[in-house]
Structure formats: structure tokens, C-alpha cells
Design a binder for this molecule. Structure first.
Ligand SMILES: [Zn+2]
Length: 202
């Protein structure tokens, strides 16, 4: 049996032949490097001198970046908007159906919290993408960037629309407003699904 590793996402494939594409990040088979079974364990070891160098000589910003990627700041922070955005949709929908304005205020306050946090989630996502995946522009990363743009823009539109018209949910545009929020939640689901696939490699 041979062992190969995807140079983009570090997925390890064992078998007699290579898959056509990486099952995790979708890059073609040429992006796989054959490994010696013996060379697998020393790999994390090889990373250490670089980390040590950053800790000893790096700027504060470089040290913060190292700490953030080392301690999984992206998946941790991404779970916050991923959890709150579906709640926001439920609150908007309930406010609309039950004509209960307090619920739309609750949705709006949660949305402010998401908008404050999103830049940090995007920043840590970009760091991880550069560090772990060499800023690869393969299919999954294109989708991840696209859904992030969709989530950010639609969240800002939803925020601005509510500021301009706090009675949006009792206006004729209510359905459009709810639809925008459904699209946000679908995009959140896609981003989370790809993130999980990259982390757990299955
Ligand atoms: Zn891969």
C-alpha cells in the first residue's frame, strides 16, 4: 500500500492508486505527493523551528497571528455567527407571523452582535487559509469566499433596511426581507459544511 498527501489540505490517502481528485479540497491528483510511511511522523517536528523563530524574533502582530491559528480561533469564532444567524431568522419570522415587534428588536440586537464579530471571523479564516492551505484557490475555497461575501453583504443590507424602516415586517416588503435572511442561513450552512469537511477530512 502507498501513502500520498494532498499538498493543499494535507489530506492523507492510503491505497494502491490515487483518487482522481482530493475528496476534501477537490484539487486534481497532481497535487498529491507520495510519502514514505516513515516520513509521516517527523512532519509536525519540522514546523517547530519556524514557530520558535516567530516566538523569539517575530513582531507582536506575527505572534498574535501564530497564537490565533495555533489555537483554532477561526472555527471557535465562526461558530458564534453560525449559531446566532439561524436564531435571528427565527426571530424575524416569528415577529412577522405573530406581529410581535419585540421579537424583531431582539433579532436586530443579535444582528449587531454578529456584524461586530464578522470581521474577526473573516480575519482568522483568511489567516488559516494562508497558513494551512497556502491560499489555495481550488473549488471549495472559492465557494467558501463566495458564501462569506453573501453572508456579509446580506447581513449589512438587513441591518441597514431595519434602521431605515423598523416597521419592515409589517410592510409589503416583509417577505423579501425574510427571504434575504433565509439566503443568509443557507450560506452559513454551506460555509459550516465546507469548514467541517476541511477540518475533519471526510
Ligand atoms: Zn486536498
Amino acid at each position: 500500500m502507498k501513502v500520498w498527501q494532498c499538498i493543499v489540505c494535507k489530506y492523507i490517502h492510503k491505497g494502491e492508486s490515487l483518487p482522481e481528485k482530493c475528496p476534501v479540497c477537490n484539487v486534481p491528483a497532481i497535487k498529491f505527493k507520495e510519502m514514505d510511511a516513515a516520513s509521516i511522523p517527523p512532519k509536525p517536528e519540522a514546523k517547530k523551528p519556524l514557530e520558535k523563530e516567530i516566538i523569539e524574533k517575530g513582531s507582536i502582530f506575527e505572534k498574535i497571528k501564530l497564537l490565533l491559528t495555533k489555537h483554532h480561533a477561526h472555527p471557535i469564532s465562526a461558530h458564534i455567527p453560525n449559531g446566532i444567524l439561524p436564531l435571528i431568522l427565527l426571530l424575524w419570522a416569528a415577529a412577522w407571523i405573530m406581529e410581535y415587534d419585540l421579537l424583531s428588536k431582539a433579532a436586530f440586537i443579535n444582528l449587531i452582535f454578529v456584524l461586530v464579530l464578522l470581521p474577526f471571523v473573516i480575519f482568522t479564516g483568511r489567516l488559516e487559509w494562508q497558513k494551512k492551505y497556502n491560499a489555495s484557490f481550488s473549488g471549495v475555497f472559492k465557494i467558501k469566499i463566495a458564501v462569506t461575501i453573501v453572508i456579509t453583504i446580506l447581513s449589512i443590507i438587513s441591518f441597514a433596511w431595519y434602521i431605515i424602516n423598523p416597521d419592515i415586517l409589517s410592510s409589503s416588503n416583509a417577505l423579501m426581507f425574510i427571504l434575504i435572511n433565509i439566503v443568509i442561513v443557507i450560506a452559513v450552512g454551506i460555509a459550516g459544511y465546507i469548514g467541517g469537511k476541511l477540518v475533519f477530512k471526510d
